[in-house]
Design a protein around this ligand. Sequence first.
Ligand SMILES: *Cc1c(COP(=O)(O)O)cnc(C)c1O
Length: 393
Amino acid sequence: MNLREADKHFIHTYNRSVIFEKGEGMYLFDNEGNKYLDMGAGIAVSALGYSNDEYKQALKDQIDKLIHVSNLYFTEPSIKAAEYLSKASGMDKVFFTNSGTEAIEGAIKLARKYAYNKDKNSKGEIIAMNHSFHGRSMGALSVTGTKHYREPFEPLIGGVSFANYNDLESVKKLATKDTCAVILETLQGEGGIYPATDEFIHGLRKFCDENDILLIFDEIQCGMGRTGKMFTYQHYGVKPDIMTSAKALGCGVPVGAFAAVKEVADAMCPGDHGTTYGGNPLATAAVCKVFEIFEKDGILNHVNEIAPYLKDKLNVLKDKFPDKIKDVRGKGLMMGMELYGPAGDVVSKLLKKGVILISAGTNIIRFVPPLVVEKEHIDVMCEKLEEVFSTNE
Ligand SMILES: *Cc1c(COP(=O)(O)O)cnc(C)c1O
């Protein structure tokens, strides 16, 4: 199978250049047997790396028992997964979805329903952030702060305005008596790896409390241990009213969730929301096993141990190539390297050298490796990065 043939029957929304066949630990193998060090983890999904035996076995066992029943019934894995996620997030109640974008849809609907219950005439306005990314469906796109993603698909859902991340005053200026929610990534991913300041997160919590506005943290990318706590808001000691999760929640099986504190969650009643697949036993068996492996293997400890090493190594590169690298920032194993030029060029050159990295925005290289990454992998990646920065083609 060559690439041109492979692309023939796809709507062209991606520029793909490799056909992958299998994965093992930190590595992926293409259909010609080439080996790649994966420092992108399928976009922050494969936190346990590839082909984890215990994880695979749990899925195989679940396939033998039951793959799907409708959400008209409970299943053991879904009950257990809801309990794991509630405990880990500090939320009271969860709803499982098939993706991140659907988790955002649910969060928006829940916020609007909560506002509607208080005041049937509420306009349900939402304040989102510039440079944010919340997904591609019409609702999630409506709160995504990159104009060129949104514009061709307008009109989107109304009542959304955009404030500047880490600028509390810009949020306050947009708030009206009809504002029902503020939504933000606790650490902006796609838009360029921008961590939130303490003042911003604490200020938002206080402002939302004082004005009866719901605070929604999107933890789809930065959650599930990526920054060294189970969820990034836990670094700030601040709880949202609603949170979203996906990506590493199932470590490869498509699953997401939105969760809320009881008072907010109870705004929804039977008939308000639903999904055919969301949280089916196969997906939630994966979620359960992910939480169990995180606990058993001490994944959070490992992230906290290895993350400073990644940061130091990236800063060494920055000192070495001050004319190419503008900034290194991020938290835990979610780091960004802002370049003076396009990140896409560097990413393609690295792929040819057998290292998978991804970009964020136009000028930022994003580092979101599997959470099981070791120093030796970071060393290899940095060697290859250095080779690319040293050559001036
Ligand atoms: C990836 C992502 C989404 C969308 O998730 P999908 O599973 O691709 O629909 C939403 N929010 C954030 C922060 C993300 O990184």
